[in-house]
Design a protein around this ligand. Structure first.
Ligand code: AMP
Length: 191
């Protein structure tokens, strides 16, 4: 089963995905941001293509992202869990994912919500190259413009679950694991 994690930069999706997969065989996560940063470090063709977008806080073009993720989701077994962190970011990415995911339309989209001032404080404490204030404000604006419509997309599809991310890591983690486990049970019973 594939589950997607939605939420503004700084909301803690990456931390939560890593924690959820630690010690759970069959669970894995893919952070498209981390994957791209690794490609940049390696100086691969994809990395060179992606770099200027990342540095500006803009989105890497959809066709590049869709091919990258499609290759990875193709191998996910029905009873395993892949948490996607940072993908989809746009409606075309979400539509393509529904079409290309082996189990059909995505059964679970977890939306991590937190007030804007909490996000900015967390991001400024993180010290990543694309985390200076100007780029950061831009990334939050990109999130509102292109990613927020995904919340409505998955709500219409009946897959959306909202998680209040302005709480302790442990409280959020507990809810995340419960939601994924429940969705996995439903997914396996249905198919
Ligand atoms: P993140 O670590 O998820 O905040 O991603 C860092 C940067 O990688 C973003 O600001 C984008 O430039 C790029 N990126 C990551 N995921 C995507 C995606 N699904 N679509 C387009 N660009 C992405």
């Amino acid at each position: 089963m594939i589950a997607v994690m939605l939420g503004a930069p700084g909301v803690g999706k990456g931390t939560q995905a890593r924690l959820a997969c630690a010690g759970r065989p069959g669970w894995s996560h893919l952070s498209t941001g981390e994957f791209l940063r690794e490609e940049v470090r390696r100086g691969s063709a994809l990395g060179c293509q992606a770099r200027s977008y990342i540095d500006r806080g803009d989105l890497v073009p959809d066709p590049v992202m869709v091919e990258m993720v499609a290759a990875r989701v193709a191998g996910v077994a029905r009873e395993d869990v892949l948490l996607l962190d940072g993908f989809p970011r746009t409606l075309p990415q979400a539509t393509a994912l529904n079409e290309r995911a082996p189990g059909g339309p995505i059964p679970l989209a977890l939306y991590f919500s937190a007030p804007a001032d909490v996000l900015v404080q967390r991001l400024l404490g993180r010290h990543r190259a694309d985390d200076d204030r100007e780029v950061l404000e831009h990334r939050l604006a990109v999130f509102r413009a292109t990613t927020e419509p995904l919340i409505h997309f998955y709500r219409r599809q009946g897959s959306l679950r909202e998680i209040d991310a302005d709480r302790s890591i442990e409280a959020i983690q507990g809810e995340l694991v419960r939601e994924v486990q429940d969705a996995l049970d439903r997914h396996l019973n249905l198919s």
